[in-house]
Structure formats: structure tokens, C-alpha cells
Design a protein around this ligand. Structure first.
Ligand SMILES: *[C@@H]1O[C@H](CO)[C@@H](O)[C@H](O)[C@H]1NC(C)=O
Ligand SMILES: *[C@@H]1O[C@H](CO)[C@@H](O)[C@H](O)[C@H]1NC(C)=O
Length: 320
């Protein structure tokens, strides 16, 4: 800062000069000083803010009271029967209420997917949820073809707690069984994991996954949603794209925990009797009627006995 002052004036002690002067020159001097002080002050505040911000994002970020720890996200197909959709929503809401979590049900058609299959909607839906619940820790995507069956299991004690996750992680195994050359890491810490996906015998189950909020989560979802992957006609759409980025980006593999399928994605065999891996059994967390929205199957009919079972009316598995 440069003061254009006659030596006579500047030699006087500044505080008195400022307080007593009436001359325009001194007024100018005072304005400059004030401006100078203001700049210094702003600089200090900025530095403090920046430092505070850096440290808070690393450790002691303030999470507003009442923030739900977990957000359950299910993208809904608007053309489904509203009564059925209501059952799906109620299933998540009942579970969320029991644990102080919350739910988010966007429509698949809310998102611009260009010509990509609608099943891609889960990716922007998760990104959307993170903007709506900026302080929540975990975001659990669950396809509408699944029902939460064991409401007593919390997402943290059942999956995300550090020790629990470390005990579940599938380590040093091919990412995509049986013969992917890329193997899961074997030295990851549970509290460093930002993405949890179940693995079935064919690959990654993208019908359900958990993400821990943070910059990495945003990066991951953006990478997954890359227009290149959407336009590239992967046979299983977003599922194959996920398998691709997980295997080819070490930064993603380092944040990923693959866990046994039945931990949170047991499959219910279709009425046709076709075999599926990780078959649902009483007590499992989630029953997923995988593929019930395709091939002339009927999710509502297939799921009804399980809804009845949850409501205390009869066994889930029918005996016919
Ligand atoms: C939504 O439902 C319609 C009608 O059942 C179907 O044609 C469409 O493929 C479904 N979309 C998704 C994402 O399942
Ligand atoms: C839920 O899971 C726990 C732990 O595996 C089990 O003890 C309990 O019986 C299950 N509850 C139901 C209703 O299936």
C-alpha cells in the first residue's frame, strides 16, 4: 500500500493525526488507512475461514441436529401401478422410521438420460439425493424390485460399521467372478470405504449399493454416469459400466468393498424356476425379485406374499 503523503504529515503519530485532523489531506489519509485495515482484516478472516474449512472437512464438520444418518433412494417407474408403488415406498418408510433414516423416491423419468436405458436413472438419483441431504452420511440405493425384509437390522451395525465391514469384505478375489484379472484389495480399512456393492456369482449387483457422502462419492457417480458409458451399449447397461470403471480405475477400487450378496441383496427365484444365486432365506435383510420388471413377469404379484408376511400374514415363501 502506498501513501502519497508529505513527510511532515506522516511523521506525526497516525492515531492522533486521524482523530484530530480536519484537513482534506488527513481525511484522505484516514480513508486510505481504513481501507488498508479493512483489506488486512478481510484477508485474516478469509485465511481463518479457509483453514477452518480445510480442517473441518477433514475431521470435525458440524452436522445439523436431526440430520438423518442414512438416505434410502429408490427410483420409481411412473408407469407402474400406483398402489404397488405405494407398497414399495411404505416398505422403505417403515424401515427408515424405525432407525431414524429417511427416504427419497424420484421418478426414473425425472432425469435426462438421452437414449440410455432407464435403469441408469439410479446414478443421477443418488447425485440428486446428495444435494437434498447434504449432511447425511450414507446413501443406500435400492431398486424398486426389492423389499427390505428384516427391519431390525441397522445399516451401520449390519454393514457399515468399521469392524463389521472389514469382516464382510471379499478380499483378494476377482472383482468380476470368476476370471477377472483385477482383484479386490486386501488391506482396506472399513472406515476408508466409500462404496459398498454386493457381488453375486456373475458380477457386481448394481441393484443395491451404499455410498458414503463426500467428494469422492460425487466423483465416482460422475465417472459412472459418463456419457461415453451411457452411449456405449453395455449389455447390462449401467451394471457393466460399473464393472468396467471399478476394474480400470484403481482410485475406485481403493474405495470399494465388495460384500457377500445375501448381506443386503438376496434374490428371490422367478416363478419360472430359473436358478438365481444368493437365494433369499427367512431372516435375510433384503429380498430382491431381480428381473421381475422384465420378460412379462409381474413384480406386484410376485412380491405380494412377502408384503403379507411383513404385515404378519403368513409365510413369505409360498408352498406351491
Ligand atoms: C417402466 O415401465 C414401463 C411399462 O411397464 C416399461 O416399458 C419400462 O421399461 C419401465 N422402465 C424401467 C426403467 O423399468
Ligand atoms: C433379522 O436378522 C437378525 C440377525 O441376523 C436375526 O437374529 C433376526 O431373527 C432377523 N429378524 C427377522 C424378522 O427375520
Amino acid at each position: 500500500m502506498h501513501f502519497a503523503m508529505p513527510p511532515r504529515k506522516t511523521s506525526r503519530p497516525p492515531p492522533y493525526a486521524v482523530r484530530n485532523s480536519r484537513s482534506s489531506l488527513n481525511a484522505l489519509f484516514r480513508r486510505d488507512r481504513l481501507r488498508f485495515l479493512a483489506v488486512i482484516l478481510l484477508g485474516c478472516i478469509g485465511t481463518i475461514y479457509l483453514l477452518g474449512h480445510l480442517f473441518s472437512s477433514a475431521s470435525s464438520e458440524v452436522i445439523p441436529a436431526g440430520t438423518p444418518l442414512v438416505v434410502i433412494v429408490t427410483a420409481i417407474n411412473k408407469s407402474w401401478d400406483p398402489a404397488f408403488v405405494e407398497k414399495i415406498k411404505k416398505n422403505r418408510r417403515d424401515y427408515a422410521a424405525q432407525h431414524g433414516y429417511t427416504t427419497f423416491f424420484p421418478s426414473s423419468s425425472d432425469y435426462s438420460l438421452r437414449n440410455a436405458p432407464l435403469s441408469w436413472a439410479k446414478v443421477p438419483a443418488m447425485r440428486h439425493a446428495m444435494t437434498l441431504f447434504p449432511s447425511s452420511t450414507y446413501f443406500w440405493y435400492l431398486d424398486p424390485t426389492a423389499i427390505i425384509m428384516n427391519r431390525s437390522l441397522s445399516l451401520t451395525s449390519h454393514i457399515m460399521d468399521k469392524e463389521r465391514l472389514e469382516s464382510l469384505m471379499i478380499v483378494n478375489e476377482p472383482v468380476v467372478p470368476p476370471d477377472s484379472v483385477i482383484k479386490t484389495f486386501d488391506h482396506l480399512k472399513g472406515d476408508r470405504i466409500d462404496l459398498v456393492v454386493a457381488q453375486d456369482k456373475d458380477g457386481l449387483c448394481q441393484s443395491g449399493f451404499i455410498i458414503r457422502r463426500g467428494d469422492w462419492a460425487k466423483y465416482f457417480l460422475d465417472a459412472w454416469f459418463d456419457p461415453l458409458y451411457r452411449s456405449y451399449n453395455f449389455q447390462k447397461a449401467e451394471g457393466h459400466a460399473l464393472e468396467h470403471i471399478v476394474q480400470w480405475h484403481g482410485t475406485i477400487l481403493a474405495k470399494l468393498a465388495l460384500i457377500p450378496q445375501r448381506t443386503f441383496n438376496s434374490y428371490v427365484p422367478p416363478p419360472s424356476g430359473v436358478k438365481v444365486p444368493g437365494v433369499y432365506a427367512e431372516g435375510d435383510f433384503v429380498a430382491n425379485f431381480i428381473g421381475c420388471d422384465r420378460d412379462k413377469r409381474n413384480c406386484a404379484d410376485e412380491m405380494q406374499p412377502y408384503f403379507d408376511h411383513l404385515a404378519g400374514k403368513g409365510p413369505a415363501e409360498s408352498d406351491d
